[in-house]
Design a protein around this ligand. Structure first.
Ligand code: NAD
Length: 331
């Protein structure tokens, strides 16, 4: 099936081509992000394959539908960039990838926590400059601390298990209770109990209307002073301006984010030779107790291999008229 693959990077091309070896779909790799301006590049493609920062809103979907697209396959778990309702109205199927290594993201969240708490990135920069001083590098033991997990699905539960292994108390908040979370020793709490009680807060829920800015000035004010916030989920979960205000007063003791509210115009590209106009991200990276990575938590060999395999399987299933197991919910 002729498929336009937007936001292609070299690794997408390598892994998707390998996954497509037997299926033999006609893949058209495009570096561009999908927007209303670039949608015409997919003319004649029955399927369009997108990533997290492509813009698949109602306007773009209408262009795609008029050009003959019948399937949108996102190479991600989250699908907040796609207007699933509009797609359904246009007769376009939308599929995602739910079954890829959740360890990739959970392990990265733990890495971010260790790096920001123990100032590992800062220490590495120092030693490269011949500075072996310890002043300013003190962290705290994770053993015995309380970690809050917002969203106890696949990734949140694995993160929780690792934190329990560190000897932490783990509190969880979710719309639905996950028996596996409780069986391993996690305890559910209301946000009223969880937020003030935690030394570390890690976000693992999807971005929805309900969860947008779930971390805001009000919740940050209720947090334990000096708490660390980790976000590997979606940038829109955190009110970034509020986080900056809390960092300035020391109310927030550390912040490590792999996702950022305005990441679409920044991430997955090399802007090191340009002037970055986003003052918020520039302020963030100026804090010594902030770590920003560019949406790389999923980026392991295992996860990428599975993402591409599932994407090709979905395209093949659609072409064969078979059931789509990874169809996104329409709500
Ligand atoms: P999942 O569906 O298994 O788990 C999400 C959990 O969030 C579910 O238990 C769900 O009930 C809960 N939830 C939904 N709405 C909620 C609300 N309003 N309040 C509290 N909890 C709520 O998903 P997952 O595979 O664990 O992925 C979690 C998120 O991680 C994804 O939505 C995606 O945004 C993000 N993610 C990021 C990367 C990355 O590279 N940084 C990669 C993959 C996924």
């Amino acid at each position: 099936m002729k498929t336009a693959v937007f936001s292609t990077r070299s690794y997408d091309k390598t892994f998707l081509t390998a996954a497509n070896a037997e299926a033999g779909h006609e893949l058209m790799f495009l570096q561009d992000r999908l927007t209303a301006h670039t949608a015409s590049l997919a003319a004649g493609c029955e399927a369009v394959c997108v990533f997290v920062n492509d813009n698949v809103d109602a306007e773009v979907l209408a262009i795609l539908a008029a050009q003959g697209t019948r399937l949108v396959a996102t190479r991600s778990t989250g699908y907040n960039q796609i207007d699933a309702m509009a797609a359904a109205g246009l007769g376009i199927e939308v599929v995602r990838v739910t079954g890829y290594s959740p360890y990739s993201v959970a392990e990265f969240a733990v890495g971010l926590l260790l790096a920001v708490n123990r100032k590992i990135a800062r220490a590495s920069v120092r030693t490269r400059d011949g500075n072996f001083e310890l002043d300013g590098l003190m962290g705290f033991d994770l053993h015995g601390k309380t970690v809050g997990v917002i969203g106890t699905g696949k990734i949140g539960t694995i993160f929780a298990r690792i934190m329990l292994g560190f000897g932490c108390t783990v509190l969880g908040y979710d719309q639905y209770r996950n028996p596996a979370f409780e069986a391993m020793g996690g305890r559910y709490a209301s946000t009223a109990e969880l937020v003030p009680g935690c030394d570390v807060l890690s976000l693992h829920c999807p971005l929805t209307q309900e969860t947008r800015h779930i971390v805001n000035s009000e919740s940050l004010a209720r947090a334990k002073r000096g708490a660390i916030l980790i976000n590997t989920s979606r940038g829109g979960l955190v009110d970034t301006e509020a986080a900056i205000a809390a960092l300035k007063t020391g109310q927030l003791g550390g912040l490590a984010i792999d996702v950022y509210e305005q990441e679409a115009s920044l991430f997955f590209q090399d802007l090191s030779s340009t002037i970055i106009e986003d003052d918020v991200i520039q302020r963030l990276v100026s804090f010594h107790n902030v770590i920003v990575t560019g949406h790389q938590a999923f980026f392991t060999q295992e996860a990428i291999g599975q993402i591409m395999q599932t994407t090709i399987e979905s395209i093949s299933a659609f072409e064969a008229g078979a059931g789509l197991v990874n169809r996104v919910p329409v709500s």
